[in-house]
Design a protein around this ligand. Structure first.
Ligand code: SF4
Length: 473
C-alpha cells in the first residue's frame, strides 16, 4: 500500500505552558484552530455553550470529557473503539471504563513527538483502523482524538468512511471543546446518527432484529436505567404508542429505529447535536421527562401534542398513572432539606422528583448547560424557590452546601467527600442516584427509599466524624 505523509501541526513539543486539562483553555483551542479545527470547535461552542447565561464552568472539573464518547462506543455491540491521545489520558480513560464495567478492550494508538510532528501518527491510526475493520467481528470502528491530537490537527476526517463494509467514524473530543462527559456522549451519538441517516438516504437498510413495529413509536434520548424505557412504555401504552430505540443505542441497527420514530423524547436534554440530526428528518422533540406527578402529567400532554393523540387517550394515560403515584406519595414522603449537584445532566429531573416527594430542595447545580429541552424544568424549579445553577462549578456546589446546611447532600465525589467531613449524610449522584430508575412510578418509589435511608444515617455520620476527629489534620 502506498503511504502519504500528512503534515500535522505539532502542539506538544512547541508549547512551554502545561498541556492537558490544566493548560489554559485558550492555549489548546488556539493551537487546534491554527491546525485546521476551527469549524469543529465553533460548532462545539454552539452546541455546548459556556459563557453568558451558562455559569462560569469553562474547563472539566470532573472526569475527562472523552469518557462519555468512549463509553458510548464501548457499550455498543460489534463496535471497536480506539483512542488517540497522550498515554496518561488513555490510562485514566481505560481505568475509568473498566471501573464502570466495560468488559471490552479499548484500542490505543500511541504517539511521540516525532510521529506527531511528521504526521506518522495519522498513518498509524489509519493502519490500526484497517487492522480492526473486520466485518466478521465489527459493524463500526470509532476513533476518538483526545486533546493533544485535536490541538495538533490530526485529520480523522481523512480516514476512509468505510472499509470492507465496516463503518469508520472519527471524532475530536477535546476537553477544551466539549465541557462534560455527558456532552461527549452526544458527540459520538450524533456522529453515528448522521452516518446512519446518510445510509438511509442511499437506500434500504437492514430492519431491526426484533420486529416490524405496529404502533407509532417514541425515540428516547439519554443513557438511562434499563427499567426506565419499560416505565415509559407503560405510561404511553394507553395512548396507543410504543417505545422505539433508546439513544445512545446498543447496536447499529437500532439507529435506524431511532430515525424511524414518530417523535423524540429528550429525556436527557444535552444531546444537542443528536437532536438536531433527528429534527432534520422532521421528528418533533419533546423536552423534560415523566418525573413526579406534575412532570408526568405535563410530559404526557406534550407527547400527545407532538404525536397528534386525542385528548381522551391522553387523559386515559394520565389517569392510569396518577392514581398509583398519589397512593405512593400518601404512603411515603421525604422530610428534610437537600442540596443536589452533578454532571450527568439529569439533576433537574431528580430535583423535581425530590420536591414532589416532599423534600425541601434549596440548590441544584449541573455541569451541563441550559437547553430548550430543560427550560421547562428550570422554570418549574425556580418557581418553587430553588436556586438552579447551570454550568455549576465545584466551588458553587460547595458554597451551596455550606450556606444551606442540608439534611442530605447529593453531589459529585469532591462534594460528598466534603459533606462527610462535615458529618452530613451524602449520596454520590453518579453511582447512587443516576444509576437507578427515575421515571414513572418505579422512579418515585426507588428514589424515596434511597433518600430516606441516607437521611436516617445522620447519627452514624456524627459518630464517624467523632471517631476520625483530628486524623490527618
Ligand atoms: S484528553 Fe481528557 S484527560 Fe487528557 S488532557 Fe484532555 S481533558 Fe485532560
Amino acid at each position: 500500500m502506498s503511504t502519504r505523509t500528512i503534515p500535522i501541526k505539532a502542539l506538544a513539543p512547541q508549547v512551554d505552558a502545561p498541556v492537558g486539562c490544566h493548560a489554559p483553555d485558550s492555549t489548546m483551542a488556539e493551537a487546534a484552530k491554527q491546525a485546521g479545527k476551527s469549524s469543529q470547535l465553533e460548532q462545539y461552542a454552539r452546541d455546548y455553550p459556556r459563557g453568558e447565561g451558562q455559569g462560569p464552568h469553562d474547563q472539566p472539573q470532573s472526569m475527562c470529557p472523552a469518557f462519555g464518547s468512549l463509553r458510548v462506543g464501548l457499550r455498543m455491540r460489534r463496535t471497536a473503539t480506539i483512542l488517540s491521545g497522550s498515554a496518561c489520558c488513555v490510562y485514566g480513560l481505560t481505568f475509568t471504563s473498566h471501573f464502570y464495567g466495560a468488559r471490552r478492550s479499548v484500542g490505543y494508538v500511541p504517539f511521540n513527538s516525532e510521529t506527531l510532528v511528521t504526521g506518522k501518527l495519522f498513518e498509524d491510526i489509519r493502519d490500526a483502523v484497517i487492522a480492526q475493520a473486520n466485518p466478521e467481528h465489527v459493524d463500526a470502528v470509532v476513533v476518538i482524538n483526545l486533546c493533544v491530537p485535536t490541538a495538533s490537527g490530526v485529520p480523522l476526517q481523512l480516514l476512509p468512511k468505510e472499509i470492507n463494509g465496516v463503518r469508520i467514524i472519527g471524532i475530536d473530543v477535546p476537553g477544551f471543546g466539549v465541557p462534560t462527559h455527558a456532552e461527549a456522549k452526544d458527540v459520538l451519538t450524533a456522529a453515528m446518527l448522521d452516518y446512519a441517516r446518510a445510509e438511509v438516504r442511499q437506500g434500504p437498510v437492514p430492519s431491526p432484529k426484533d420486529q416490524r413495529r405496529e404502533k407509532p413509536t417514541l425515540t428516547l434520548v439519554g443513557e438511562m436505567f434499563p427499567a426506565d424505557p419499560v416505565s415509559v412504555a407503560q405510561l404511553i401504552a394507553p395512548m396507543g404508542l410504543g417505545v422505539g430505540a433508546v439513544l445512545p443505542t446498543r447496536e447499529w441497527r437500532e439507529l435506524y429505529v431511532a430515525l424511524d420514530g414518530s417523535a423524540v423524547a429528550a429525556i436527557h436534554p444535552f444531546y444537542t447535536a443528536s437532536l438536531r440530526s433527528l429534527s432534520s428528518v422532521g421528528k418533533p422533540i419533546v423536552g423534560s421527562a415523566p418525573v413526579g406527578i406534575e412532570g408526568t402529567q405535563d410530559w404526557l400532554l406534550s407527547v400527545g401534542d407532538a404525536m397528534g393523540i386525542s385528548k381522551a387517550l391522553v387523559d386515559k394515560a394520565r389517569n392510569a398513572v396518577l392514581a398509583p403515584m398519589r397512593a405512593m406519595l400518601d404512603d411515603q414522603r421525604i422530610h428534610g432539606r437537600i442540596t443536589l449537584s452533578g454532571y450527568e445532566g439529569s439533576e433537574l429531573l431528580v430535583a423535581r422528583l425530590l420536591i414532589d416527594c416532599g423534600a425541601d430542595v434549596r440548590y441544584v447545580g449541573s455541569a451541563c448547560p441550559s437547553t430548550p429541552w430543560n427550560a421547562q424544568d428550570i422554570e418549574w424549579l425556580k418557581s418553587r424557590g430553588v436556586h438552579v445553577q447551570m454550568r455549576a462549578t465545584l466551588e458553587q456546589d460547595l458554597q451551596a452546601m455550606h450556606e444551606h446546611r442540608p439534611d442530605l447532600v447529593i453531589g459529585t465525589t469532591p462534594v460528598v467527600q466534603r459533606a462527610k467531613e462535615l458529618s452530613l449524610p451524602a449520596l454520590y449522584f453518579t453511582n447512587l442516584i443516576s444509576a437507578r430508575p427515575l421515571l414513572g412510578v418505579p422512579g418515585m418509589s426507588s428514589l424515596v427509599d434511597v433518600v430516606r435511608a441516607a437521611m436516617a444515617n445522620a447519627d452514624r455520620m456524627d459518630r464517624m466524624a467523632g471517631f476520625f476527629d483530628g486524623v490527618s489534620t
